[in-house]
Design a protein around this ligand. Sequence first.
Ligand SMILES: [Zn+2]
Length: 338
Amino acid sequence: MRAAIMHGPGDVRVEERDEPRIVEPTDAIVRLAATCICGSDLWPYRGFEDGEWPVPMGHEYAGVVEEVGGGVTRIRPGQFVIGSFFASDNTCEICRAGYQTSCIRRTPVGGAQAEVLRVPLADGTLVATPGLPPDDLVPSLLAASDVLGTGWFGAVAAQVGPGKTVAVVGDGAVGLLAVLAARRLGAERIIVMSRHEPRQELAREFGATDVVVERGDEGVAHVKDLTGGLGAHSVIEAVGTQESMVQAVRATRPGGHVGFVGVPHGVELSGRELFFSHVHLHGGPAPVRRFLPELIELIYDRAIDPGRVFDLELPLDQAAEGYRAMDERRAIKTLLRP
Ligand SMILES: [Zn+2]
């Protein structure tokens, strides 16, 4: 099969690789309808993460089950399924509390930028759609695999709800879908921090009411101006840099909540600043599995259209161009068709 392999920073090639097979009896083999490139794939692409090269890329997936191991009872061949970037049993105490990405049996899912994928712990990890979805729903279902679920978790972690003012730091796919989540969860006002016009436009379509273009302390001052000097009730951090994290904490009012879902790179917070900020912090790798059934239903009902974050669609063979387009910010998110 063909698969996207990263050989080092800036070097992605689509190559022939053996098709995955059932290894554990709890595995499923999924033929992918679509896959995509994640903002987090840009960290190694830009050389900000030490990796062992070459590495098969991709952790977002949606497709049809081809085969299941002997221990799989709930998932069947022929089903269209979506799963998240960590496999989970969905039965342990941590899973049942809604933190499947910290499942005691969690296993990373990798190599999804390919034609076929092996998914461990299939019964716990995969959620089947009501039937074979119409093709136009596939991008939105794929978005549920990570970016939508992650934005949603950011909003839930930031305690977004009716009457709240929400600020979103980051205008990548996760930030934009955090805006969508905040709207669905009933936020009254949604401030998106973005300086890119096409992204501001999509944010407004997803429900943003205000745009703040400044960054750092100037951005914080603008959010405070918009909130009577207090700061937002809920702030979603969807970048993972020192600047974005500090911006998120400072834009939150005392007693407010920060939901941080950007994978931190070099973030160090001052204990003293946190102490006096009086904000709640909650975040981490989003337990997307918790939200998948609800998100799939919303997508099937066409109540939400998160697939709109894919503004570039390419055949898998052109994955390298997909990475370049995202790296140069020509594309928000690239969908790849195997
Ligand atoms: Zn578990």
